[in-house]
Design a protein around this ligand. Structure first.
Ligand code: NDP
Length: 471
């Protein structure tokens, strides 16, 4: 049977099995389909096929691999609506807003960008002593282990540069979102050569099998710091290369010169993109006393008016948490904040009779820097807003934690904002926006937020081996 995979029904039937693990919609609990669960034998077989396929894939001229990525982008474009519906059902993210359709569109954009980057040989020395050239060659087989929050987009971040540089890829999706990644891989495999891209759905043990596999040469990982540390330990045995994009707890510092009405929407979406389940979302906001009440009130108004509900309903732009464990983390942190005397300005009272893993968009004010809701990554729709009198103190608080993925400064004076940005310890500091990643711009964390860079030419270099030729 040949399916063109451009409808939700076709795509779902191509990736679900009769016997497997049931997957449910986090908004309703409704059954979606059964996913295959891989064994470690399946991992071995996939890696063996990937290693063989790499011989011919890695030998193709770079321009041909680039064309394949454009064809893959065309396939994603044709299936974009079907892919978005899979995301809306499995992750729960709404079709509209910076959510499911946005994610499917980002997959196409990242494929095209990775197809078009130019990676040139560099002549490092050329004089009487001789010549030295730096070039980049494939690593081999890449194991890509991903999370549940942006399952398709993050898979593309991992697989697009890897394929472009002549590697083959074995993907291990989160057990919470196996269908999204299998759907994406099915669409891409309409145009890619056989076994260049494979997926092994399964739980953490399958991720461990991938990260320990002696025939995998590089791990691309996005997820928690704890799992990132386990992967580094597993990778050490074979000296596998690793790129780790781990959790953050991004700070945003507002300066006292902003126009609250103009900036409140952008601050809100910096924090509540994908209902707060985003590694580089704004997770703690520092606001000067002079405009504190005004900004708290503006954010609370937006939070209470923004429609939240089932992913597949067109009117919603906020959805449920993807899983029960994450909902509990958010609920417990907000409850602890309330008990410590913080003010729950809006939200914070989940309706326990409502089906699904919903938690209302929550704004918490009058909260102390050392409260757990500030110190621990909530990864959900609850924003703590901390008042400051002294900008130096706010910068110190922002830098105090052991993570550093993103950060932001909000000001109508670019020069002032850049001076503060220079003092923030994070892989990226945005000014007057937060979490706005771009396929052309390198992205990665410092401290326990990760290792290595993704995106742009720097991202290509991370999935290749540097090779020096000296004459
Ligand atoms: P994890 O780090 O546990 O999971 C990420 C991926 O790693 C999943 O595919 C997981 O499989 C896999 N995995 C689990 N154990 C191992 C192992 N020993 N070796 C190799 N792979 C493994 O993240 P969670 O999904 O549990 O989320 C926990 C927290 O991480 C969140 O609360 C959030 O704070 C943060 N997070 C950060 C993300 C980011 O984008 N930076 C994304 C998601 C979460 P499986 O899920 O099947 O067990």
């Amino acid at each position: 049977m040949s399916l063109n995979l451009t409808t939700y029904e076709d795509l779902l039937s191509a990736i679900t099995v009769d016997d497997g693990q049931a997957v449910h919609d986090p908004a309703t609990g409704e059954f979606i389909g059964n996913t295959k669960m891989s064994t470690t034998d399946d991992v071995d077989a996939a890696v063996a096929r990937a290693r063989e396929a790499q011989q011919s894939w890695g030998a193709l001229p770079d321009a041909e691999r680039s064309q394949y990525l454009h064809k893959a982008a065309d396939a994603v474009k044709e299936s974009a609506e079907a892919l978005a519906h899979i995301l809306a059902r499995e992750v729960g993210k709404p079709l509209n807003g910076p959510n499911a359709r946005f994610e499917a569109g980002a997959c196409e954009a990242w494929l095209r960008a990775n197809a078009d980057f130019e990676i040139q040989e560099e002549v490092l020395v050329e004089d009487d002593s001789g010549k030295a050239i730096l070039s980049y060659v494939p690593i081999g087989v890449v194991g890509a282990i991903g999370p549940w929050n942006w399952p398709m987009m993050i898979s593309i971040w991992q697989l697009a540069p890897s394929l472009r540089m002549g590697n083959t890829v074995v993907m291990k999706p989160s057990e919470h979102t196996p269908l999204s990644v299998q759907a994406l891989v099915a669409v891409l495999n309409r145009v890619l050569p056989e076994h260049v891209l494979q997926v092994v759905p399964g739980a953490g043990d399958i991720g461990q099998a991938v990260s320990e596999h002696p025939d995998i040469d590089k791990i691309m990982f996005t997820g928690s710091t704890k799992t990132g540390q386990a992967i580094m330990r597993s990778a050490a045995a074979d000296m596998k290369r690793v790129t780790l994009e781990l959790g953050g707890n991004d700070a945003g510092i507002v300066l006292d010169d902003i126009n609250v009405d103009e900036m409140a929407q952008d601050i809100f979406w910096g924090a509540f993109i994908n209902t707060g389940q985003t590694c580089a979302a704004l997770k703690r906001l520092y606001v000067p006393a002079a405009i504190y009440d005004e900004l708290v009130e503006a954010l609370a108004k937006i939070a209470s008016e923004t429609p939240m509900g089932q992913g597949v309903s067109e009117e919603n732009v906020l959805g449920p948490l993807q899983n029960e464990a994450q909902r509990k983390i958010v609920a417990d942190l907000v409850e602890e904040a309330r008990k410590a005397g913080a003010n729950i300005v809006t939200g914070g009272n989940p309706d326990d009779d409502q089906p699904g893993y919903f938690y209302p968009a929550t704004i918490v004010s009058d909260i102390d820097q050392h409260n757990p809701l500030v110190q621990i990554e909530q990864f959900g729709p609850a924003l703590p807003i901390i008042k400051y009198d002294d900008l130096d103190q706010a910068i110190e608080w922002a830098n105090e934690l052991d993570v550093g993925l993103g950060s932001s400064v909000w000001s109508s004076d670019e020069q002032r904002a850049r001076e503060v940005a220079n003092r923030l310890i994070a892989g990226t500091t945005w000014i007057n926006k937060h979490g706005a990643v771009d396929p052309r711009v390198p992205f990665g964390g410092v401290k326990k937020s990760g290792m290595g860079l993704e995106f742009g030419v720097e991202g290509l270099k991370q999935v290749a081996l540097p090779k020096v030729t000296a004459l």
